[in-house]
Structure formats: structure tokens, C-alpha cells
Design a protein around this ligand. Structure first.
Ligand SMILES: *Cc1c(COP(=O)(O)O)cnc(C)c1O
Length: 379
């Protein structure tokens, strides 16, 4: 008998763990019949503000909108520069170009896949308005030096924490969570994120009261008072059904993130046991970081052949990301070409995301690593 297909993420298993709580929370919203920015949304915003903790949390329609709203609140103008990584999801960069500002890419670290501090600092000019630090795959960018330097120059630090809800990094002797370190934090609750809703959703966190007020207005067409518009904003609201689901899930998140960490540790042990350490580079966790493994991304030789082999064995895997953003056709106007960001380009050739989710079992992980060992002729 063929074993079941192993997906990279199985949301049904997660739903079964919390089915009753979710249904209770959804029923409350249904009884209330208040669907957009209702009491469940305010309650979820307060929960997030307490959890991170951060002064202000503003729900919106998606992670992409969170980034766009954050940059709109900074009044980015054409010619303004925003430093970020070319090795991230598209929305990090489209938010910049949509406002007519210029993305300034810096290369990434070959072990953490996050942008390099020295490259960021070397790219600051008098036109730099913001830096978007992307905490890729669930591990935070080491922000301490970047933050210091930006503060001194009046440049805004925006965190793209779409893949890193609950992740933290030690700052002096205190852990600081993703989205609570910089001036603005952007989150996505797309269903596959480690804190995912049952539809689209997003959130912006802010330290500054005035910025938070601006964000609350921008998400409702730039109006403070209904039908009176101070400026042109977006229609970008979180809905109450999503907020109700997310409130339930947030209560379990630390436990689930811990389970993801155990899955990651187990992959490491299994690679060593199978003698795979020469052909597979497991993700590196920086000192002082608590990685939440939104994705478990290895670097490996003969990536495409390995992926095809795993697929034949009924094991899913994914490539995040196959083409760095500086090489995307829609950003050709920036004038970049192959060779500009060699580490990002090398990663695009050899990264592979293996199945990772809190409910993944040890025997399923053994199956993945056995198949890999078979492919590399180690067993
Ligand atoms: C998912 C993601 C986004 C966008 O979130 P959506 O909710 O899908 O719009 C932005 N940045 C990163 C790094 C992401 O992973």
C-alpha cells in the first residue's frame, strides 16, 4: 500500500485540535452580526498589543496591505529610498514601488537568508526614508546595530513580520518579539502563516500614537469620521470572523511554535544520523534568536532532482523563492541583473522547504529523511 501523501502543511489536523473553540467563537460573531471591525477585531487588536507587547495594533485586510498602509503612513514620495531584501515575498517590494518610491536591495546572509547588517548600513543615503527588515521563514533579522544607526538619522524601521508571529530576539537582556522592535511591524494572517486565519487578514503594529491613528484612518478610506475624508486611503479592514478565529489561535500559538521548534530539532538529528550533513545545510539559528520555523528551509545539492524524487515518494516540498525580486520582470526598470546579489541568486537555486507544522509526526519526518538519504545514495 502506498503511504499517504505528505503535504508541507496540513491545516486540517490543526483545525481538529481546536474545532470546538473555533466553532464557539464563530457562533458568537454570528449572534452579534457585526462583521467588519466589530468587537472581535478590537478584542484581537488588544490581545496582540498585550502579547507582543506593543503600544498599538491595527487590523487590516492582508499582510500586503499592512506593508502598503505602513508606507503610506510614512508619506513616502517618488525618489525616496527604502532598503530591503531581494530574497522575500513579492509584497515586501511591491508596497514600495506602488508608492513610487525606490527599493534599494541588499544581499542576504547565506546561513540565515536574512539581509546583512553591513550591507544595510552601507546602503543608507540622504534619500533613505525607511528600512524594511524581513524576518524570513520565522527568524528575526539581528536589528540592534541597524536600529541604532537608523534612529540617529531619522530613518524608519519597518519589520515585515508576516512569517514570524511570536518569534523573538534578545535585546540586551530582554527578549523582543518580531513586530515590537521597530517603529512599525507588518503581519499577515494568510491561512498558511504560522498564525493564520480562515481567509485573508493582516495587522500593523506601531509604537507611535499619531502613526497608529493615521493607520486607523488610512484603512477606512482616509476618514476619521464616516463620510468625511482627510485623505485618500484604502478599503482594508480585518473582519470579525477572522478576528474571532485568530483570537482562539493566538491562545495556542506559543505551544504550536514550540512544537515547530521540536520538529526542526528532529530534522537536524535525523540528517546527522543519515549522514546527510555534506549534502544538506540545515537552517542556522543565530545566537540570541528564537526561530519559530514558519518554514523549515534547507540548502541542498541537486535541489530540483531531489524535489522531483520526493514528489514521486508522495512527499511535498516547496521552493521559496525561485527568482529573487531584483530579477523579476516587473522590476526590470530598476536596472538590476544577474550577479548583483549573488547570495540571493545562489539561494534561489538551492533552497528547499520541507514539511513543517506543529502536528507533523516523528515517523513522517523519518519518512522524509529516509527518502532524502535514498536519493543521495546514503542508504
Ligand atoms: C505572506 C507575506 C506577505 C503578504 O501577506 P498577504 O497576507 O499574503 O498579503 C508579505 N511579506 C511576507 C514576507 C510574506 O511572507
Amino acid at each position: 500500500m502506498k503511504p499517504d501523501y505528505l503535504p508541507t502543511l496540513d491545516l486540517k489536523r490543526n483545525y481538529h485540535r481546536i474545532r470546538q473553540e473555533i466553532q464557539g467563537a464563530l457562533n458568537e460573531v454570528l449572534d452579534e452580526q457585526s462583521f467588519i471591525l466589530g468587537p472581535a477585531v478590537s478584542a484581537f487588536e488588544a490581545d496582540v498589543a498585550t502579547y507582543l507587547p506593543v503600544s498599538h495594533a491595527v487590523g487590516c485586510a492582508s499582510g500586503s496591505d499592512a506593508l502598503l498602509l505602513a508606507l503610506m503612513a510614512l508619506d513616502l514620495k517618488p525618489g525616496d529610498e527604502v532598503i530591503t531584501s531581494p530574497f522575500t515575498f513579492f509584497a515586501t517590494v511591491s508596497a514600495i514601488t506602488r508608492l513610487g518610491a525606490k527599493p534599494v536591495f541588499v544581499d542576504v546572509d547565506p546561513e540565515t537568508y536574512n539581509m546583512k547588517t553591513d550591507a544595510v548600513l552601507a546602503s543608507v543615503t540622504d534619500r533613505t526614508r525607511a528600512v524594511i527588515a524581513v524576518h524570513l521563514f520565522g527568524q528575526m533579522v539581528p536589528l540592534e546595530e541597524i536600529d541604532e544607526e537608523l534612529k540617529g538619522r531619522g530613518i524608519v524601521l519597518v519589520e515585515d513580520a508576516a512569517q514570524a508571529f511570536g518569534s523573538w530576539r534578545m535585546k540586551k537582556n530582554e527578549p523582543v518579539r518580531a513586530g515590537a522592535w521597530g517603529d512599525l511591524g507588518c503581519f499577515s494572517f494568510f491561512p498558511t502563516k504560522n498564525l493564520g486565519g480562515y481567509g485573508d487578514g493582516g495587522m500593523i503594529t506601531a509604537r507611535d500614537e499619531a502613526l497608529a491613528r493615521r493607520l486607523r484612518s488610512l484603512r477606512v478610506h482616509g476618514s476619521g469620521r464616516t463620510y468625511f475624508h482627510e485623505e485618500v486611503g484604502l478599503n482594508s479592514r480585518l473582519d470579525s470572523l477572522q478576528a474571532a478565529v485568530l483570537r482562539v489561535k493566538l491562545r495556542h500559538l506559543d505551544e504550536w511554535n514550540e512544537e515547530r521548534r521540536l520538529v526542526a530539532d528532529r530534522y537536524g538529528l535525523l540528517f546527522a544520523e543519515a549522514g546527510l550533513n555534506d549534502v544538506v545545510q540545515a537552517p542556522t539559528v543565530l545566537e540570541g534568536n528564537s526561530h519559530i520555523f514558519h518554514q523549515y528551509v534547507i540548502r541542498c545539492s541537486r535541489r530540483d532532482a531531489l524535489q522531483a524524487f520526493l514528489e514521486e515518494q508522495g512527499i511535498a516540498s516547496r521552493v521559496y523563492y525561485p527568482l529573487p525580486l531584483h530579477e523579476q520582470r516587473c522590476f526590470a526598470f530598476l536596472g538590476h541583473g544577474k550577479g548583483d546579489f549573488p547570495t540571493a541568486e545562489a539561494l534561489a537555486e538551492d533552497v528547499l522547504a520541507l514539511p513543517v507544522f506543529p502536528e507533523l509526526t516523528a515517523s513522517e519526518q523519518e519518512r522524509v529523511v529516509d527518502a532524502m538519504a535514498h536519493f543521495y545514495g546514503q542508504s
